[in-house]
Design a protein around this ligand. Sequence first.
Ligand SMILES: Cc1ncc(COP(=O)(O)O)c(C=O)c1O
Length: 485
Amino acid sequence: MSPDLVTLEMDPAVIRELGHRIIDLITEEFAGPARRPPFPPAQTTERMESLFGGPVPIDGADPGQILDFLENHLLPAAGNPNHPRQMAYVLTASTPLPAMLEALVAAIKLRPTTWKNQPGSCRIETTVTRWLGSMTGFSDEAAGYVTSGGSTANLFALAVARVRRAGWDVRKEGLYGHPRLTVYASSQTHSCFTRSVEMLGLGSESLRLIPVDSHQRIRLDLLVRAIRHDIDDGCRPFCVVGNAGTVDTGSIDPLDALADIARRHDLWFHVDGAYGALAAIVPEARHLFRGIERADSLTVDPHKWLNVPFEAGCILVGDRADLSDTFGLVPAYLRGAMGAEQNQYECGFELSRTDRALKVWVALRQYGLGHYTAMIRGHLELARHLARLVEEAPDFELMGEPVLSICCFRYAPPGVDVDLNRLNEDLEMRLMEDGRALISGTVLEGRQVLRACIASHMVTKAGVEETLGLLRQLGRSLLAAAASA
Ligand SMILES: Cc1ncc(COP(=O)(O)O)c(C=O)c1O
């Protein structure tokens, strides 16, 4: 006797009703992006545990009530990247059609794994990587792989670089008994590189963080000196990383000169363009990225400046074999599903992977390059506008002209005798608590600064101006509180 099989089916009428409710929620988010604050009100661990913790539920619950619960408790406890005054980190807004399609992708588990099973998704991914390659000026024939984000793309890039430039079969022999592999990047490079070299077993000390000049660009003289020193020491330099838009200031390393150095020393040349490389679609900004076309690999993060939902990072290479020689391995149980050279899973580490490229493909189809170019150009101009406002204000200090769309400054009213680092750190926190706008902070040359990154399509000129006014207001109240304490 066969057992009764239990399914997870739902009544189509209920599915439709729940779907409509979700679409209504999504529509409200986009129609009223300022309804929820950019940073959520402070919550306690106990409250979150009481709402979302507890033991595994034994009995099920009504899906409509689950939705009610999430609407009432999860959304109010979530930050709002769609807010018009949200300029923190490199956090951008989402877009409606790509967002809604995520549900469809999930429902049919679209995945660019094997060609025979999902030829459309595989082709969409290779199209997207080709498009991103040509948009950034990297290559019109780029191959690539859509990752969860820039961190993973950079990790993959170092894995590829190691296979291509170690000088021995790293996949087979590993690192034991071989010279120490070293990689070079500026001190402004994103922290994911440190975590990547740790994960790759190279050790964080193998990442040589080279000091920067006064424009936050890698010092080429110190880079060359470090490479030579390591060679003399018996190390094996294998990769140099260039930044096409650092996370702190948006600075761009001299990519052409880095390409020369990489070639001279037989190093893999990787460019991290997670935040900045997409600005290359603006013709007036293209010259900033000269040399990007000479990179061996490039990281681009569509979930940043293309404003598509998470997750969409991307590693681009000139030759698909760079990826498949690093990650490819065909297990026996997948042989029947082979479509040989077009399987995207051979280009990365993950096997089961959602179709992340679709939202990028859809966004580019819907808005087109022209629209995105105008949007990014507007962001570059707005960052410069903010810089002018800061420069003209007696109580703010500009920390350098924006290269792309990040403007760093600090609150520094004349004649006040306070620790400016402390004041600006407190101001960043006060803004978070206030909830009317959000920018983040960082430390530049030992100075605590405020940092606005304008890369969200929801950000407005009025929003930027209001945020500066709000910072002034909050800054004054901090000073007044300190004076009366
Ligand atoms: C320059 C740069 N590289 C890498 C990353 C990491 O990207 P992700 O957050 O998508 O992992 C960021 C994130 O802001 C970045 O700005």
